[in-house]
Write a protein that binds this ligand. Structure first.
Ligand code: PMP
Length: 285
């Protein structure tokens, strides 16, 4: 039985209860974060809390806790669950109103919910062989930089990958790569790591930002710029990145091989740097 946190109380997940008038349920009106913890230590916590703050501000939802209080709640959820490596899910919605209406409740009492699951990192076979992806037109809204719980488009797009036996759906808008349904995407061309710029059309991934930091500190040539669909399809390497996938090579797109159809050398190097950095920050002993 896993332990969760709901509005100030720590309790078993199976006992957590919410009003059906909660605006998270009715409207997808809320923000969330997924924070990986290694050896029970949250990784890049300050960055996740800063992104949460940014989403809440854009949703005009007051942040219910200062960073220190978030850190305490997250520590309690991690301590209350049995896994050494966890994926902590945190959500803040605009809470319940007395009736269903679009306008914000006055006063607003946000609902704060956290739970944790074992961290589902890719296995060695997936890392060694890479994964397949499909592509789709990115028909999401124009604020994909916000991490909101309104993920219906992402779910429909990810389901296309699942039904094709693939790991991810790469999204293109107006001929350019945005991101994956639940990950950021990198391309490698002629030895240069390419990442689409941060803008309103994609999530500023915590993993993406760290990968760019690692590329800079290890001297891997990299460029942040718009990447055309043609450049993606003819790339030497493609990677999907996220807090739970870390750096995972994509070896086919829509059934066509990427590069030689095997995980690339730059992916292997970056994955090593990522794990070294992560372990230095979090692992005990
Ligand atoms: N883009 C989308 C749409 C996502 O849902 C996610 C996280 N699952 C990411 C990118 C990666 O973000 P992060 O590295 O912060 O996990």
């Amino acid at each position: 039985m896993s332990l969760c946190h709901l509005d100030g109380n720590d309790l078993p997940l199976a006992e957590a209860r919410l009003s059906p008038l909660d605006r998270g349920f009715l409207f997808g009106d809320g923000a969330y974060e997924v924070i990986p913890a290694y050896s029970r230590r949250p990784f890049r916590l300050a960055e996740h809390l800063a992104r949460l703050e940014n989403t809440l501000e854009a949703l005009r939802l007051p942040n219910p806790h200062p960073a220190a209080a978030w850190a305490e709640i997250i520590a309690r959820v991690i301590a209350g669950n049995p896994w050494e490596d966890q994926s902590v899910y945190l959500q803040v919605t605009r809470g319940a109103d007395r009736v269903r209406r679009h306008a914000f409740p006055v006063p607003t009492r946000p609902t704060v919910f956290l739970m944790s699951e074992p961290l589902p990192l890719p296995g060695q076979t997936q890392l060694d062989n890479g994964v397949s992806a499909v592509s789709a037109a990115d028909y999401r809204w124009l604020r994909c930089d916000l991490k909101t719980v309104a993920l219906l488009a992402n779910c429909l797009l990810r389901q296309q990958a699942v039904e094709a036996g693939c790991a991810e759906t790469l999204l293109f808008r107006d001929g350019f790569l945005t991101e994956g349904a639940a990950s950021n995407i990198f391309a490698v061309r002629a030895g240069v790591l390419l990442a689409p710029p941060r803008n309103a059309l994609l999530l500023p991934g915590i993993t993406r930002d760290l990968i760019l930091e690692l590329a800079a500190s290890h001297g891997m040539p990299h460029e942040v710029r718009a990447i055309s669909e043609t450049e993606v399809r003819t790339a030497d390497e493609l990677w999907m990145t996220s807090s739970t996938k870390e750096v995972l090579p994509i070896v086919t797109l829509d059934g066509q091989p990427i590069g030689d159809g095997r995980p690339g050398e730059l992916a292997r190097r970056m994955h090593g740097w990522y794990r070294d950095f992560r372990d230095a920050e979090t692992r005990r002993g």
